[in-house]
Design a protein around this ligand. Structure first.
Ligand code: ATP
Ligand code: MG
Length: 576
């Protein structure tokens, strides 16, 4: 450590909010170069490489082949798939000296598809899984938490190419298994969640989310069944339809100034002498949507009034169409939209597409807008008085909602996405016409999967899950060094003994960080805790009596062992 390129900091960096960011900077693992752009210092590089190696070994184990593509890419292939435009501001675009457009790769589906098309021509060549561990660039809107969400980051991305769906499924399962092994070795606590409801073309996709309070992804799970899903992927179980033959007729009422659900419920409880709640009202939210290449169109979304529309769920349900809230100008341009009093009838009479929450089944009775200021209709029966154009998953998901598998309630939690596996199908092989000659002599269009692991993000995730108030606590598999050996004794013999112990450990394959600095034991112990090697060995006062200390950074336990046989004792501690 007397020569190590390392300066630890006493104070948290001003821009750091989450523990991993604070600790990785304070402990000298990384340094900020620009927002979302970080330099890796010696200890940090060792962790990063260790994570990389675990990922590499497990990818190699499923027969994936490592290649390395450039990060600096031509515009053309991304134009072919439309992503040059679709990526929007998240894409780093640049021009070369001749004025040609280029980009820094955010992910490489295009390049892999092109590459396979160029190299392979026969069904005999397939299947194949290719991967790289490479630097990606995304101009994230909110780079955050140091290396957790960077604008430059390291990803393992792999791509499978198969002749048919069964092949794709096999590659997908192989990746799923490999990811479980990777995250187990890295000692990361995580859940696998369904990423999309599968409504859009049914392509299977799952995300691996590390459990973390500071995560930006909210997911829900059912403790009873183990079901877990992104909030966007939760499917609302639809109740049984209700017979409505003897349902009372719908009647419009003057409800006075009742533009909100609360005011409407208060009116209903008084005027109708009932015990109504927001769930008895139908709230109609107006948005506009635009299919790729199309024009903006109005869309009405009907949800039970006790729930908000979750914009992310709405967006996910409508993908690839864009969604925006209506502006005042939009309302002005469509005078039949009476803010606060919008009802299904007015929407449908004016040709507005109207989608409802799955709970709005036939026979359900609603209090909803009557399309005139101060008027609502009571007993509007779904399936009798209006028929929606379909259902949509747009209502917020709440703790306590029933799990789609019917096995219990859902509870929500936060996570950080560390991996994503995705059965892409033929989106990219269509774009680049990636065909091979099939067994029958006819061309076969390949089917593709893409699979990512956030390698640099994992360093932050592990730090996030493995630390205490004193500092980092690396799991063995990724610790920069196996042992942090502190010389806490100025005696010549003790210093010589410590150096010898370090060399002996090194000789048996235990990596040692030797604190040979001229600093006080107190400073050294603090740094040892901050840097977070799993085992700390102290050559201190006891050395004169023939003992050294072994401290376990995880349990905090200290054991005294004899200097004679210290190597064996440390090796035993390190190797369990
Ligand atoms: P997120 O929702 O967190 O932005 P994403 O859906 O954009 O992730 P993918 O495109 O699937 O992520 O990328 C694969 C993996 O790369 C992610 O699972 C994540 O671990 C990692 N990753 C994505 N964006 C970043 C980033 N800005 N910084 C660090 N790692 C990232
Ligand atoms: Mg992203």
């Amino acid at each position: 450590m007397s020569t190590l390129f390392l300066r630890t900091l006493r104070d948290d960096p001003a821009d750091a909010e989450v523990p991993s960011h604070k600790l990785l900077v304070r402990a000298g693992y990384v340094r900020r170069a620009a927002p979302g752009v970080y330099s890796w210092l010696p200890l940090g590089v060792r962790v990063l490489k260790a994570v990389e190696n675990v990922v590499r070994e497990e990818m190699d184990n499923i027969g994936a082949q490592e290649i390395l593509l450039p990060a600096l890419l031509p515009r053309d292939p991304y134009e072919t798939t439309g992503r040059w435009t679709e990526y929007g501001d998240a894409l780093f675009r640049l021009k070369d000296r001749k004025g040609a457009d280029m980009l820094l790769g955010p992910t490489h589906e295009e390049l892999f598809a092109q590459l396979v098309r160029g190299e392979y021509s026969s069904y005999k060549d397939l299947p194949v899984i290719l991967y790289q561990i490479q630097t990606k660039y995304r101009d994230e809107e909110r780079p955050r938490a140091g290396i957790l969400r960077g604008r430059e980051f390291v990803m393992k991305d792999s791509y499978s190419f198969d002749l048919d769906d069964d092949g794709l499924k096999a590659a997908y399962i192989a990746h799923r298994d490999a990811y479980q092994r990777i995250f187990a070795r890295l000692a990361v606590k995580y859940v696998i969640v369904a990423a999309t409801s599968g409504a859009m073309g049914g392509s299977a996709s799952e995300e691996f989310l590390a459990e973390s309070e500071v995560g930006e992804d909210t997911y829900v799970r059912c403790i009873e069944s183990g079901y877990a899903a992104n909030v966007e992927a939760v499917i609302t179980p639809a109740p049984e339809a209700i017979p409505f033959d003897d349902a009372p007729a719908a009647v419009a009422h003057d409800t006075g100034d009742t533009p909100t659900i609360d005011t409407l419920v208060a009116w209903a409880n008084e005027a109708l002498e009932g015990t109504f709640t927001g769930a008895d009202t139908l709230k109609n939210v107006l948005v506009k949507t635009r299919e790729p290449g199309g024009d903006w169109e109005l869309l009405g979304v009907g949800v039970p009034g006790d729930r908000e529309v979750d914009f992310k769920r709405l967006e996910a349900s409508l993908e690839p169409a864009e969604v925006e809230l209506l502006t005042d100008a939009d309302f002005a341009a469509n005078p039949f939209l009476v803010k606060g009093y919008i009802g299904p009838k007015g929407l449908q009479a004016n040709g507005v597409r109207y989608l409802v929450d799955p709970r709005v089944v036939d026979g359900t009775r609603w209090i909803t807008g009557a399309d005139e200021p101060g008027k609502h209709v009571v007993n509007l029966v779904a399936g009798r008085d209006f028929v929606a154009d379909g259902t949509i998953e747009a209502a917020e998901v709440r703790d306590g909602d029933p799990s789609p598998d019917g096995k219990g309630p859902l509870v929500s939690a936060k996570g950080i996405e560390i991996g994503h596996i995705f059965q892409l199908g033929q989106k990219y092989t269509d774009a680049f016409e990636v065909d091979v000659l099939g067994e029958s002599g006819k061309p076969v269009r390949l089917t593709m999967g893409s699979y990512g692991v956030g390698v640099s993000r994992l360093v932050a995730v592990i730090a996030e899950q493995c630390h205490d108030d004193k500092g980092l606590r690396w799991p063995r598999e990724v610790a920069p060094f196996g042992v942090h050996l502190v010389i806490a004794n100025k005696d010549e013999a003790a210093i010589a003994g410590a150096n010898e112990l370090a060399e002996d450990l090194d000789a048996v394959g235990v990596s040692v960080l030797l604190d040979d600095r001229k600093a006080s034991p107190g400073v050294k112990f603090k740094d040892a805790e901050l840097l977070g090697m799993p085992t700390v060995v102290v050559v201190g006062r006891g050395y004169a009596n023939g003992t050294i200390e072994i401290r376990d950074r995880f349990t905090g336990e200290t054991t005294e062992v004899a200097v004679d046989g210290a190597v064996d004792a440390v090796v035993a501690a390190v190797r369990g």
